[in-house]
Design a binder for this molecule. Structure first.
Ligand code: CTP
Ligand code: MG
Length: 231
């Protein structure tokens, strides 16, 4: 029993533009992926973690958590959804299809235990994700020659920004991701695959500081959050 966590960590970090994939950049002196795995290993009820890394990844074996008995490694794929599906396929032969799986980006080391407990609460739907209500006024852009202009302002009250973890039962998530990928639909998170199959995952409000390290400027921001968290 307990839940499993899938960590997609097979990206190249194109937007970061660093000398190695961003999940291996040092934050406060530790590789980002190591910080994320250390965080997850402290979640009560954890049964294990499956990390998806690239086929020729030379870094993973050197991080402190790589040899942890709860940490399993699989080979990821071309897109994030391929990496997640590879981890789910690994799990499917080992645990029952009803098993709760949380998918969590390697690039989000700051998620708090409070948020994990909100997502796993008894009254939350088996399919759910952490998300943040949009706080800025939102504009829909349109091209006008070589400029972008405002076409209109969107109704912010119903807009949420998806975070991770996202939870679902193993078997159904595996089926939805596989079928979504076969249809070639742009699947950028687990919820989008579940939506395509007709599910309506629950939006669980998370904290703003569950930032995904994406651009170089995110690094000092995340380091200052981590300093407070682990002070
Ligand atoms: N990821 C993955 N397999 C891929 C692509 C992404 O496992 N083929 C992982 C990343 O390693 C990251 C998470 O999915 O932990 C979120 O993706 P993103 O922030 O987009 O990371 P990258 O794809 O590496 O960055 P970029 O899009 O800038 O190249
Ligand atoms: Mg990406």
């Amino acid at each position: 029993s307990g839940f499993w966590v899938v960590v997609p960590a097979a990206g190249v970090g194109k937007r970061m533009g660093a000398d190695r994939p961003k999940q291996y950049l040092p934050l406060l002196g530790r590789p980002l992926l190591s910080l994320t795995l250390r965080n997850i290993l402290a979640w009560p009820g954890l049964a294990g973690i499956v990390v998806a890394v690239s086929e020729d990844d030379p870094y993973f074996a050197h991080i402190a958590e790589a040899g942890h008995p709860h940490v399993h490694r699989v080979t990821g794929g071309a897109e994030r959804a391929d990496s997640v599906l590879s981890a789910l396929n690994y799990l499917a032969g080992r645990v029952p299809p009803e098993t709760t799986v949380l998918v969590h980006d390697a690039a989000r080391p700051c998620v708090s235990l409070d948020d994990i407990q909100s997502l796993l609460a008894d009254d939350v739907s088996p399919m759910a994700l952490l998300a943040q209500p949009a706080s800025d006024t939102l504009k829909l852009g349109a091209s006008d020659g070589n400029r972008q202009v405002v076409e209109k302002t969107l109704d912010r009250s119903r807009i949420w920004q998806a975070q991770t973890p996202q939870r679902a039962p193993l078997g159904e998530l595996q089926r939805c991701l596989r079928e979504g990928l076969e249809r070639g639909a742009g699947i950028t998170d687990e919820a989008s695959a579940l939506e395509l199959a007709g599910h309506q995952p629950q939006l669980v409000e998370g904290q703003r500081d569950n930032i995904k390290v994406t651009l170089p400027g995110d690094i000092p921001l995340v380091e200052s959050i981590l300093r407070l968290r682990y002070a």
